[in-house]
Design a protein around this ligand. Sequence first.
Ligand code: TIU
Length: 226
Amino acid sequence: MNKTDLNHIGARPFAFPYSKDSIGLVVIDMQRDFLEDGGFGASLGNDVSRLRAIVPTVARLIAGFRAAGLPVIHTRECHKPDLSDLPPAKRDRGNPSLRIGEEGPMGRLLVAGEPGTEIVPDLAPIAGELVIDKPGKGAFYHTDLGQFLSDKGLKQLVFAGVTTEVCVQTTMREANDRGFDCLLATDATESYFQHFKDAAIDMIIAQGGIVGWACETDTILEAIHE
Ligand code: TIU
């Protein structure tokens, strides 16, 4: 495609170029285990209410992509029930009240098929939307995401979800290394730590967009509905 054929979304550090034929939304890990009491995020001692606050904004972003006929992809961080994809380096980290695979109020923490791995109802996937279960922080590691994006001809990815500096940033870096242009919706992502969110956004857009771009949800929605 000729560069002059591209549309643009106002963003930092400069306008984000995209085509409606090749842009999609990736919503990272908006699952009960990170957003609700009794889940994995809470087991690490985090205030999960910070993350719940973005649900309405993420819902608007998803609705906007659906209304524009653009693809929406969801991810969930979770492991196989036999935990064969959970390395000790992840399982034994820190001193949580419950470890991954242990039984909590929403079932076994971060285990596929348990209630805690469900995406919160307000953001539930609809028929036809890809849901990627991923064992790592990055959504490309040990998943079919790369193949799916290539099959669909997607080249620009808008990112939302949690947490900004862990799974969202890791996935954006993986995507950038694979040749995707990445735009972060800054009010549709959140961290348990405000300063980590701010620093992650700064890192992503620094050095001329070393990892990608950033802007607010409304700016994205206005652009894709023009
Ligand atoms: N702990 C934390 O901030 N995040 C994670 O463990 N996973 C995701 O970010 N999804």
